[in-house]
Ligand binder design. Sequence first.
Ligand code: 13P
Length: 350
Amino acid sequence: MSTNDLASIAKAMVASGKGILAADESTGTIEKRFRGIGVESTEENRRAYRDMLFSTRGLGEFISGVILYDETLRQKSADGTPFAALLARNGILPGIKVDAGAKDMAFCPGEKITEGLDGLAKRCAEYVKLGAKFAKWRAVITIGGAGVDGARAVPSAACITANAHALARYAAICQAAGLVPIVEPEVLMDGDHSIDRCEELSEWTLRETFAALASQRVVLEHMVLKPSMVISGKDCAKQAGVQEVAVRTLQTLKRTVPAAVPGVAFLSGGQSDELATAHLDAMNKIGGAPWALTFSYGRALQHPALTSWKGSAGNVPAAQRALHHRARMNGLATLGQYRAELEKELGRAA
Ligand code: 13P
């Protein structure tokens, strides 16, 4: 794979009007999602669910790439077409989650370190053969106590630097193997912390991440950043509004993310579907950022489709309509046109 290919794949992933569908839930996570709709997590049910998502007609108009899980990359659509080929046929790039999950970190109670570097080069070579064009690795930063009265602060420097180092080693290995790495340092929204604290810790995390990427010689033009937004903790009594989240997120990214990175594709992290779209829309309305600003949502794209589907073949058309709608709304948000469209639709309905 020539380096030009990696540059054009990264650009295609964040193309105007499009974003990424994260459908790379591990077996444990999809089991949790299925439990919510009363569906057993068998291999066939997981296949049927992903088949429903990926065979949605017109999805490629708003979705540039889909992140798959190892099992899914090896599965096929009902007509026998491998999922990677089905996506490629619809103009969608297949990607693969390559981390082995966030595990408890030694001597850092309440914090996680993402594993999966051992043997990664070999796994990447196989994923390339199976048709993957890009990869994803998620690091998790928890916001806990501020470290007063002798207690240790969470997050710790140990956790942030170790996760940044692992992200950078992963990104270098992917680029050497011919995959565009999605670098995902997620600062969790769980907790009652203020937006100020989220901003401070997001800035620290991103600074460490880009320092590590530089030291591992990662080519910035050949990657996509997948950060969390700067947002109030889920249980914080004072919730920042849409415009404040947009302004603070952009400010934090401008302080830390080099302009050579082609695109920033946010995770939704537990935000409601509509709020995740509204935040992205507001950032693109402000405009002036040196990188494309788009989405790489899991829950915020899949939630309405999952709850319409409920494991029944008869619900597939309704579930696909729900996915197509959210994909279209988020596609509009990448252009800063979501709110205007929403107001038009509400006007029509009134
Ligand atoms: P959410 O949008 O549900 O946070 O998922 C995105 C993702 O890929 C997390 O790693």
